[in-house]
Design a protein around this ligand. Sequence first.
Ligand code: FES
Length: 166
Amino acid sequence: MSNKVTRRQFLNYSLMGVGSFMAAGMILPMGRFALDPLFQTDAEGDEIVTSVKVSEITEEPQKVDFTFTQQDAWYESEVTNFAWVYKDGNKLIGLSPVCKHLGCTVTWAGDDGNPDMFFCPCHNGLYTKDGNNVPGTPPRGPLDEFEVGEKDGYITIGKKKENTLV
Ligand code: FES
């Protein structure tokens, strides 16, 4: 048997090589474009300066709005969220308003029978001031906590984390 490459085989190999090279040149950039959002970092979590002065914060939890740019796959949008912020001595505490049962929004002193607690109106969930879920109510865990700081006299909201107060 001869080891010679015929003209037909040579043309086939050449066309396959050129074709593969051209296909890779088209597919790789498309793949990178399609997967690009997966490699983006999340904007939420950076320290966000709010319009609320630290001097306005008391020991009573109050709503502090913060706005950030959210990248949702290929769609970028401005999102406004809020945290419940209060002072514990000189320490600033920030709690997430998202109920740990099914994600409704909790309010401070929203239940007349429990004026010093966070209340979730969806299924009567209750949390103490430090975000701890009250046994016997639907939530199964404490409210998440936000890192809270100060910049030039204004409240800053940072990353959300597990509750460290309870
Ligand atoms: S969602 Fe809050 S108690 Fe059910």
